[in-house]
Write a protein that binds this ligand. Structure first.
Ligand SMILES: NC(=O)c1ccc[n+]([C@@H]2O[C@H](COP(=O)([O-])OP(=O)(O)OC[C@H]3O[C@@H](n4cnc5c(N)ncnc54)[C@H](OP(=O)(O)O)[C@@H]3O)[C@@H](O)[C@H]2O)c1
Length: 282
């Protein structure tokens, strides 16, 4: 029995009232903001600081440097690179008046953020992934006290972006980041590998890519709507002696894909420590 498709809230943020200050607005923070504006966020609540001073979206104020004090009710999104934390925090810390911080800096633990921004209110770590821009992302969240201590509003803000998962144990954050934060890139590679393999069997390249993309989208959506685990679904569609079973038998040889995926996630997770060192200026 299929589960109902989740409702995508187009107007989720229409009643959002808290000012947002984005420090850095490149690929990822820009994707988050674009989706928030699409789901009703009032652009006049948003201020962006980025060295280039480049415009972001209609109605959103942009400045090249941080000058004014940041009011206590503001939610500050750190959307720059980990290696820019020392520069940003030197400018931001004296201006913070207890404002809450939402950081998307990969690998940088909450304690390190607290050390850099001792005058902040609540500090929350977030790890989004790129599909947030179409509301189909995953956002991992962790706060200093391990929960959504700001009255549910952080969850609401992130529900506009897709699936929201709070992690109470920060040591698991980098593991989860390796899976869902980096995961889209791994899946894009798999889609490409499927398309290339179709091409090697004689299919025109563009057609093979269309087939691979639609197959992955359909497989993911049907797995999400099913009560059956994906591992069992794979076997359920592979009847004995059929084509799918012949392919799966090759894919499963020596657990090749399983081992490769474990090594892929472990390599991504291991990089987190290096990023934390970069954020310290190391
Ligand atoms: N890309 C991903 O898939 C992904 C996924 C999850 C998390 N993240 C995290 O998101 C963060 C940003 O990554 P990104 O890929 O979006 O990088 P990006 O596209 O290079 O954006 C970096 C942003 O930081 C701004 N910036 C640079 N120096 C600054 C400073 N001193 N003060 C304020 N802003 C400054 C840049 O300003 P200009 O626009 O003016 O150049 C730009 O807007 C990183 O911490 C990363 O770990 C990324």
């Amino acid at each position: 029995m299929a589960k109902p498709e989740p409702e995508v809230g187009k107007a989720l943020l229409e009643n959002w009232q808290r000012p947002l200050l984005l420090i850095g607005c490149g690929n990822m923070a820009g994707a988050m903001l674009s989706r928030w504006l699409d789901t009703g966020l009032n652009p006049s609540l948003v201020r962006v600081v980025r060295p280039s001073g480049k415009a972001v979206a209609a109605g959103v104020a942009v400045q090249a440097t941080l000058e004014m004090p940041v009011a206590a009710g503001t939610l500050v999104l750190l959307g720059h690179k980990p290696q820019q934390l020392a520069t940003v925090s030197a400018a931001l810390a004296p201006l913070l008046q207890g404002a809450d911080i939402l950081s998307i800096l990969a690998g940088v633990p909450v304690a390190q953020l607290r050390e850099a921004l001792p005058t902040a209110g609540t500090i929350i770590r977030c790890m989004p992934n790129l599909p947030v821009q179409i509301g189909a992302g995953v956002c991992l969240l962790h706060s200093e006290d391990g929960k959504d201590s700001l009255g549910g509003e952080i969850s609401r803000l992130h529900r506009a972006l897709g699936l929201v998962e709070w992690l109470s144990e920060e040591p698991l954050f980098d593991a989860a980041t390796a899976l869902s934060g980096c995961g889209p890139a791994f899946v894009y590679r798999m889609i490409d590998a499927m398309a290339q393999a179709g091409g090697a069997l004689g299919l025109p390249g563009e057609q093979a890519q269309r087939l691979a993309l639609a197959t992955v989208e359909g497989a993911a959506r049907s797995a999400m709507l099913s009560d059956t685990a994906p591992a069992l679904m794979a076997d359920a569609v592979a009847s004995a002696g059929g084509m799918t079973r012949a392919g799966l038998d090759r894919l499963d040889q020596a657990d090749g894909l399983g081992v490769l995926m474990q090594e892929t996630l472990a390599a991504a997770q291991a990089r987190a420590q290096a990023l934390a060192a970069l954020a310290k200026g190391g």
